[in-house]
Design a protein around this ligand. Sequence first.
Ligand SMILES: Cc1cc2nc3c(=O)[nH]c(=O)nc-3n(C[C@H](O)[C@H](O)[C@H](O)COP(=O)(O)OP(=O)(O)OC[C@H]3O[C@@H](n4cnc5c(N)ncnc54)[C@H](O)[C@@H]3O)c2cc1C
Length: 390
Amino acid sequence: MLKLVEQPLQKRMANVCTVAAAHAGKVDAEARFPSETLEALKQERLMGVLVPQDLGGSGAGLDEVADICRMLGQACASSGMIYAMHMIKLHNLVVGGAASPWHRSFMERVAREQLLIGSATTEAGIGGDLRNSVCAVETNGPAFALRKEATVISYARQADAIFATARRGPQSASSDQVMVALLQEQYQLEPTHAWDTLGMRGTCSEGFILKGEAPVEQIFPQPFAELAAQSMLSTSHILWTSVWLGIAQDAWNRAQATVRAEARRRPGEKPPAATPLAEANVKLHQLRATIVEALQHFARVEHDADALGSIGFSVAMNNLKVAGSRLACEVVLEALRICGIQGYRNDSPFSIGRHLRDVMSAPLMIANDRVVSNIASSVLVSKANVSLVE
Ligand SMILES: Cc1cc2nc3c(=O)[nH]c(=O)nc-3n(C[C@H](O)[C@H](O)[C@H](O)COP(=O)(O)OP(=O)(O)OC[C@H]3O[C@@H](n4cnc5c(N)ncnc54)[C@H](O)[C@@H]3O)c2cc1C
């Protein structure tokens, strides 16, 4: 059954990937939004694939979306990460908005109009601590207002809507959070930080003061703590890691091409770099297996709120993030070693420069130190699950 849905999506992606790869160099050099990729994604009607079919989407599974992220990450990492972040927000909407008329009608709009959703969780004074906020929702009758010092919002200038986390109210504790949906015409962005970075330059993740006002029905009904457990934790780590797999895959492909060229120059001899290439292949497959395992785990529990909120699931998803980011960096570094000076050059077909700069964001995108420290107490009290049967 999966194949029937997967085939058309894969086919539709082929054209998008060609467009993304053709513009990846300029997107990176100019640190500009990959508008050509987004246009191609919209033309192929890929922006609303997670929306249920009765609301106009494709009802795609997370595994299919993860594979799109991988393919895009291989062609242009910034495009892949933008698509991944949009899909994380869309998953939040589908899971968190299922019982809310406003959120359901917004799902329909996303599918029909192929809208792009951004995310504002990171905040001045909080950094990557997703589960705490400084800013608060201020409710006044049927409307609410929000002012957030959002130090990083990817593609904020291009987004049609932004989902932001905030304290439930001015008196609420920092961890008593909600998520709110703000439409483009309901917010203003005051720029605070530019985005001139080592890599992921096309994500245009500038800092802003986000100021918005909207009807209270746009506040997600459940506490953000639940939404984070049921949707955000797993989708973020699975889809980000899928993009990093795409980057690692493309770097490995370039390394393989250099070793093959060497083999053609010396027929009958095994090129010395064939062994490190095989070593890097071990890591690439380990990375893929780590994601597949997380996808299977998610598929088993996705409709079980208790299992999604369990320590075991949280540890598994956080482990994926840390292991996946490390493995992706290792594969790209090994690809650089294999390609040698051709990989180090920016003007060679075997260049690994962009891959290396892009993948170095992986351990920082919610710092691995923070992730490991967050799960340290859970690991102390839970059993390591090493069983091979479920
Ligand atoms: C390409 C890209 C796109 C992004 N897009 C968005 C977006 O659209 N929206 C958004 O909201 N955010 C976005 N982010 C931000 C991201 O999700 C993280 O929140 C952010 O990178 C963390 O920033 P930080 O390192 O300043 O903060 P922190 O998480 O505060 O980390 C600062 C330093 O403190 C250390 N540290 C922090 N906590 C601990 C701890 N408990 N134990 C040990 N050490 C610790 C870390 O190692 C790190 O060096 C994006 C990031 C990237 C790289």
